[in-house]
Design a protein around this ligand. Sequence first.
Ligand code: NDP
Length: 289
Amino acid sequence: MTAASANPPVPRLDLNTGASIPQLGLGVFQVPPEDTRGVVLAGLEAGYRSIDTAARYQNEAGVGEAIAESGLPRGDLFVTTKLANDDQGYDQAHVAFNNSLEELGLDAVDLYLIHWPAPKRGEYLNCWRAFEEFHRAGRARAIGVSNFMVPHLERLLESSPIVPAVNQIELHPYLQQKELCAFHAEHGILTEAWSPLAQGAVLADPVITGIARRLGRSAAQVVLRWHIQLGNVVIPKSVTPARQQENIDVFDFELTGDDMAAIEGLDRGGRTGFHPDEFNGFPEEFAKR
Ligand code: NDP
């Protein structure tokens, strides 16, 4: 694969480490392990340079295969993975991190996240001590968290000199998390939106489709552009090459102030995923869904 793609390069945002992250990347949650190599190769072909996986997705190996096969310079790529809830703990995090690097076939990731605070496990501060070591050793170029709410972040900030580079949270027009985002901004933590399309649930909303029709864009492009204009990192998932192309093609148009305000008006606290205070990754919690 050549370094060039049909789509313009994705802008990058600064992390509090001094490094930067592409503002838009490809998520691979629910991509079956056997399909992941092909899905990620298609994404790289379309111009994605940031890939978001997790140990829990069981597809890190496919991500690694695609990276190796693409022939792209490692420095052009931004790879994120996450510590699974079952692996929380200081010693367990070391074992899990080594496993993730091995699966990915990499000697360092660009971002390593604690996947959930999992408050009932009571281990996230111990995980963070291990994460600090991964970061100092240069094996996790940045470290961060996911699904942390303000009280979890406050506890972490009190316990450590290293501020998470990123908090990856569920964020879309139906769940805008303004208070949490304001806390991030105050502390130099970048907001990264997971399920940015609410897994498709926002795409039929008349406010979104109305704006899309006026601009001659798709509903997904309007929603992704809204995220971009808010200044967040966004990681839409698609296994469909045409949708991957569509989702990255959001850097040549703008929403007006009125469009942004209309989408802001859709906030209704509507989660598609687990509530971070109630999810610890125990088997009975998956069964309840
Ligand atoms: P998204 O909001 O990205 O939506 C994905 C769904 O939307 C898929 O069904 C996809 O279909 C469809 N879709 C994508 N693009 C379009 C389009 N242009 N038009 C119509 N439909 C479209 O949901 P995810 O939950 O996957 O979130 C994105 C990423 O966030 C994940 O892959 C993962 O990396 C991360 N994440 C992190 C979590 C965490 O706890 N930290 C939790 C959940 C997600 P198809 O694939 O069939 O094309």
